[in-house]
Design a protein around this ligand. Sequence first.
Ligand code: SAH
Length: 285
Amino acid sequence: MQTETTLRFEPMPQREQPPPPSPRVRAEHAHGTVFLVGCGPGDPELLTVRALNVLRAADVIVYDHLVSDAILALARADTKRIYVGKERDRHILPQEQINFLLVNLARNAKRVARLKGGDPFVFGRGGEEMQALAAEGIAVEVVPGITAACGIAASTGVPLTHREYAQSCVFVTGHLKDGTMDLDWEGLARPSQTIVVYMGLKGLPVLSRELIAHGLSASTPAMIVEQGTTPRQRVLVATLATLPKLAAEQAIRAPTLIVVGDVVRVRASLEQSTAQATAARALAG
Ligand code: SAH
């Protein structure tokens, strides 16, 4: 007989000390350290242990709109919080000023946790921030996070690769520039490949049109997920041809992730067991 084990998330005791330096921390420094912390796609249980430790030990937290309230709630009450949110077309602080802010906070010998959605090095400008800090001689540690693609693959039951359906997977940005996307359409429209599109909601009609024009079948399964892994997750499954209309009709809003490819078919077979797992977790929580 099978028994079900449910893992429970027990909050760790609060740390008063800074987290021990990991091998990735640069040489000890008179200045503070900036931690570029990947916080995953929203569900606080998807934080790494390292991210939680850094979050709890930080003197100051610098965060943007993709970091959920549930994650901020895990910080100590006395931790200073600075919002530098960036939503499409609504930049609270331009990137250079964010870099400048991080440098200055670190110069005041603070432990600065720069929280980012997903993983800092996947469409997260973590690379730019790391370079700017390094150029000023500030110690930086990068804490990886679960990128939206992986979190959402799990929360929707859509594997990114699968021996029957996809031998490769590409992550692209669907950000529109002058009404178009600067993407290698031939490279994307390959058979047996999963395409994951970040920041693609506005450009979805262009994406659909170009992929079909470059050889993908109009009936290729496609999915859009709003606020994946959070209690507000919405999932729409359609085809490459029909997804733009459906997303518009259903008033889907950012942040959204788009997944195109035959792997989306697998969801149907997993839907029931995924629902059961969610129910089990809700009971445990
Ligand atoms: N560094 C992040 C990506 C930042 S770019 C990561 O690794 O996930 C911001 C884009 O990520 C959003 O426009 C959206 O496409 C995607 N995204 C992040 N979190 C998401 C979520 N919870 N649900 C859906 N899409 C998400």
